[in-house]
Design a protein around this ligand. Sequence first.
Ligand code: FAD
Length: 355
Amino acid sequence: MAEEANKQPEQKPAAQPADDMPDWSAYRGVLVYIEHRDGVAKSVSWQLLGQGKKLADKLEVDLMALVIGDNVKHLAEEAIAYGANRVFLFDAKELKSYRTRPYSRASMKVIHEIKPEIVLFGATATGRDLAGAIATHLPTGLTADTTELDVEPHPSRLLLASRPAFSEKMMATILCKQYRPQMATARAGVFEALPRDPNRQGEIVQFEFAMNESEIAAKVLDFIQDQSKINIEEAEIIVAGGRGLGGPEPFKMLKELADELGGVVGASRAAVDAGWIKHEHQVGQTGYTVRPKLYFAIGISGAVQHLVGMQNSGIIVAINRDPDAPIFKAAHYGIVGDLFQIVPAITEEVRKRRG
Ligand code: FAD
C-alpha cells in the first residue's frame, strides 16, 4: 500500500513514469481538514493550509478545506482567509463534538464526491483518529506524523510525505502510488500559516449531514478539562530548561517566569529523561515541535534534535554559561552567564514592568 525509501538530503525520489501507476486523473486538488474544539480552530489547521497551498500551486490545483461541526460557518470563512479556494462545510447539531463515526462518514462523503488527490490532517489525537478511520474505509495509504510534505509535479503528482523513522535516526519519504487519495497527518508547529487575509475570496459548499443521533453509538456526556496538562503546541511563549538546571527544583524558577509572561514551561530531552519534568513538556525530534512567538532556551546546549523542535520560533533567547554552546547560533538574543542569576533577574524585571 505504501512504500518506504531512505531519504538522502537534497535527493528526492525520481519522478515515476505515469504508466507505472493507475490512471488517477479523476483525483485532483489538496484537501485540509480544519480541526477545532468548540468552534476554535487548532493552529495546525492554518499551518496545513499554508503548506497545502504550496503543494496545490505546484500541482496547479485548488486548495480545499473541510469543516465539520455545529455552528462553524465562521471557520469556513477563516479557512478562506488562510488560503482555501473552496471549503466544504457540514454544520449540524449531531456534529457538535468530535466522534469518529459521524466525522469519518462526513469526510468520506466529501472525498467520494470531490476526489482530492491529497488529504491532510493535523497529527493530533483527533486528526490521527479521523485519518486512520478514513484510510481504513476507503482504503488507502496514510503516512502518520510527517514533518516534511512536498509533491512531485505532473505526471507522477506523488505526495512525498517524510517523517523520522528507525528510532528517529533517519528520515523516510513515504509514497502511496497505488491508491487515492494520498493521506498524511502532520505535526503541529512544523509548517507556516499564510498571513490571514479577510479579503481573500473563496467558495463555501454546504453539505447535508444525513445521519441521525440514533445511528451514532458513541455519546459525549461531558468534557472534563485536565487542568494539569499543558498545551505546549499552542503556546505563544515557552520557557524551556535543560540539563543545565541540574535537577527538578529549578523548573519552579522557570515556571515563575513562564507565569509572569503568560507562557508554559518546556524542556530538553535530557531533563525529561532525567525524570525532572514530564514528557508533555519535551521539545524536539522525539517531543513536540513548537512555533511560539518567544522561546527561552535555558541551560540547553542546542543539540540538533532539540533545534528541529523549536528553530521556527519567532524570537529565541538563549541563556547558557558556555559562550560556544551551539544554541547561540540559533538564537536571536544570547545571554552568556549563570542561569541561576539571570532567570530570577529577568522574572523580577518583568514583574516590575507589569506593575
Ligand atoms: P546538554 O547538552 O548537557 O546541555 C546542557 C547545557 O547547559 C550546556 O550547554 C551547559 O553549558 C549549560 N549549563 C550548565 N549549567 C549552566 C548554568 N548554571 N547556567 C547556564 N548554562 C548552564 N533532545 C531534545 O531536547 N529533544 C528531543 O526531542 C530529542 N530527541 C532525540 C532523539 C534521538 C534519536 C537522539 C539520539 C537524541 C535526542 N535528543 C533530544 C537528545 C539530544 O541529542 C541532546 O542530548 C539533548 O538535547 C541535550 O539536552 P540539554 O541541552 O538539556 O543538555
